[in-house]
Write a protein that binds this ligand. Structure first.
Ligand SMILES: C[S@@+](CC[C@H](N)C(=O)[O-])C[C@H]1O[C@@H](n2cnc3c(N)ncnc32)[C@H](O)[C@@H]1O
Length: 230
């Protein structure tokens, strides 16, 4: 049976079971990603802490771990559209809010006055990208767009200029569409994001059958994409 990773019903069911079993971590543990998050933080504005939204948190401890690591320099909020399925164990450590990244009203409801300084996701953009294209009638855009494009559009609306989005993904091409391409004139926009880095967190080794030599396949691994709000 194929799994629909873009289905809220699927995630509500799965997260309620994971939550009872004390969690599940997708792609990489926090300590692999935290140095990239640390290095990618935008300049602080004044003396206030940076507002960081960890979206699609599931049962991951990443938001809590980032808060512990960065201390008072950031104020982390965990969020998920299936948050009701999650146990509130985070409550005393970081707030947990219900937000659907494909619903702009849901995001605007919880946005800080100046917008988020940092967005962080680990395989949530991956899950969202499994969904069907979204009709123009359901977006603020004038044409049908892929779910990942709709995510970029919404994320830009709630992030301040100069803010950063760190996205851990299994895809080495997750945001390639943000690069303007003459072959895709139907995708002329960056949705307000500029790719500033792409860090290999894990590279999967494969062995050639001929001589059993270990080679590294650049397209297979886990990546941290760093985007900046233009
Ligand atoms: C692959 S899991 C990753 C969970 C967690 N980030 C981790 O690394 O363990 C994808 C998560 O994204 C959430 N999600 C999927 N679509 C979403 C959406 N439109 N808005 C908010 N969360 C969403 C799911 O509920 C699920 O928790």
């Amino acid at each position: 049976m194929t799994v629909d990773y873009s289905s809220k019903v699927y995630w509500e069911d799965r997260l309620s079971r994971e939550s009872a079993a004390d969690g599940f971590e997708w792609l990489v543990p926090s300590d692999v990603l935290i140095p990239v998050v640390h290095a990618a933080l935008p300049d602080a504005r004044g003396t206030r802490p940076l507002n960081l939204l960890h979206f699609g948190c599931g049962t991951s401890s990443l938001g809590i771990d980032v808060q512990h690591h960065l201390g008072g320099g950031v104020r982390v909020v965990d969020s998920d559209y299936a948050s009701s399925a999650l146990r509130d164990t985070q409550l005393d450590q970081v707030p947990l809010m219900e937000m659907d990244m494909l619903s702009l009203p849901s995001l605007l409801k919880h946005m800080p006055p100046d917008g988020w300084d940092v967005l962080l996701d680990k395989s949530t953009a991956d899950a969202i990208s499994c969904g069907p294209a979204i009709p123009a009638t359901d977006t603020a855009l004038d044409r049908r767009v892929d779910a990942i494009e709709h995510l970029c559009h919404n994320a830009a609306r709630v992030t301040r200029v100069g803010g950063r989005w760190i996205c851990a993904s299994y895809s080495s091409s997750r945001f390639d569409f943000l690069r303007s391409s003459p072959e895709r004139p139907d995708r002329p926009t960056t949705y307000g994001w500029r790719i500033i880095d792409k860090v290999a967190l894990v590279r999967h080794a494969t062995k050639t059958s001929a001589d059993q030599q270990v080679v590294y396949h650049p397209e297979t691994g886990i990546w941290a994409w760093v985007l900046e709000r233009e």
